[in-house]
Design a protein around this ligand. Structure first.
Ligand SMILES: C[S@@+](CC[C@H](N)C(=O)[O-])C[C@H]1O[C@@H](n2cnc3c(N)ncnc32)[C@H](O)[C@@H]1O
Length: 206
């Protein structure tokens, strides 16, 4: 697996922040909306989005939920803060925080979402451990990500394989290693986005 360090994440998303919504907004939008639809159906009291970025999902989380978003990039968070300011009636908190070392107490959230962040963070296994710690027992963790091995996206995966530190995500990222290897309970897996680019994985935090 290609390595990415924390400085590279900060640097990459500082550069992406002004153009992120144009480049990754619409193309990854169907996956985000599928994720927030699922979240809405569960009506959780509290939701934590890890790697909230520019806050593209903020409008679509249930209005009744307390939503907390964290990110390592101040520049991405700045956009999320503007979005949040346009939703004054909603209970939204945005914080600068490393998801691999969160300062929330254990079992703080009913639902934890990880949209397009697991293949971006320096140590995905550490992020999973932290997501499980802050999610309540029997709560739900939703992972939305591209996993390698799809025949259709093979060329793209090869093209960006050695560029993880510069493009800001890993393309050699397997479902087996990053989802199946954990002793949590996978409840559903749905292909989303154009030609099944990403998978939406619903996990019970047993
Ligand atoms: C590809 S963007 C996804 C943004 C948003 N979730 C979306 O749906 O578009 C990944 C985001 O995760 C953040 N990120 C990466 N590693 C992180 C970590 N360890 N802790 C917090 N945020 C992290 C990046 O700064 C970036 O804003």
């Amino acid at each position: 697996m290609n390595t990415i360090n924390r400085q590279q994440v900060v640097r990459t998303y500082r550069a992406y922040a002004p153009i992120y919504d144009w480049t990754f907004g619409a193309v990854l939008g169907p996956g985000r909306r599928a994720m927030t639809r699922l979240t809405a159906a569960m009506a959780p009291k509290s939701v934590l989005e890890i790697g909230i970025g520019t806050g593209l999902s903020l409008f679509d989380y249930p209005a009744s939920s307390r939503v907390v978003g964290i990110d390592l990039s101040e520049e991405m968070l700045e956009h999320a803060r503007k979005r949040s300011a346009s939703l004054p009636d909603r209970d939204i908190t945005l914080r600068y925080m490393d998801a691999e070392k969160m300062d929330f107490p254990d079992h703080s959230f009913d639902c934890v979402t990880l949209p397009y962040v697991l293949s971006v963070t320096p140590n995905p296994a550490q992020l999973v451990a932290e997501a499980r710690r802050v999610c309540r027992k029997n709560g739900v963790i939703i992972v939305l990500n591209h996993f390698s091995g799809s025949r259709f996206w093979w060329f793209l995966e090869q093209a960006v394989r050695s560029l993880a530190d510069r493009v800001g995500f890993r393309s050699d990222f397997t479902y087996e290693q990053h989802i199946l290897a954990h002793d949590w309970k996978v409840e559903s897996v749905t292909p989303v986005n154009i030609f099944g680019l990403s998978r939406l994985v619903v996990i019970r935090n047993v």
